[in-house]
Design a protein around this ligand. Structure first.
Ligand code: FES
Length: 157
């Protein structure tokens, strides 16, 4: 485990059990998910029952207990994006990857999830890939970006 990194996060949050949500958010940001060994470590260090940490971890949709893919794709299905075709993009990704929202492809390359309004309705439908926003998306544009990412992977081998 990366104790030093985790200690820095705990330090930043004042080693306070009252800041457990913020601590989990920082862990999620650093590792793209909440590794079990780190949750156990936090539980011991802050004297919080592990069951309570798991309860918080599963309550918030932003947290994941499983590793996410290298490319984390979110499709907005808020009303404005949905009516402009966001649902077609989500269907395309489900079929392309053979996974459901919240899951990751077996090769660990792509995670896919749906989200509600991201606050950029005017340029919807929105697709977010690793925090980068793509506006006015459709299936064709999404497919092109995915192909580009897959090609990048193939070049590395
Ligand atoms: S509905 Fe998608 S950004 Fe608002």
């Amino acid at each position: 485990m990366r104790k030093l990194e985790v200690d820095k996060i705990l330090e930043k949050n004042g080693w306070s059990k009252n800041k457990i949500v913020g601590i989990l958010q920082d862990i999620q940001d650093s590792y793209s998910y909440l590794p079990e060994d780190i949750l156990i470590y936090i539980s011991e260090k802050l004297n919080i029952p592990l069951s309570q940490i798991y309860s918080i971890s599963t309550f918030y949709r932003a947290f994941s207990l499983k590793p996410k893919g290298k490319y984390r794709i979110k499709v907005c299905l808020g009303t404005a994006c949905h009516v402009r075709g966001g649902y077609m993009i989500a269907e395309f990704l489900k079929n392309k990857f053979g996974i459901l929202p919240g899951e990751t492809t077996e090769d660990g390359l792509f995670s896919f999830d749906t989200v509600n309004c991201l606050g950029a309705c005017a340029i919807g439908p929105i697709v977010v890939i690793n925090e980068k926003y793509y506006g006015q998306m459709d299936v064709r544009k999404t497919e092109k970006i995915i192909k580009g990412l897959e090609n990048e992977k193939n070049k590395q081998f």
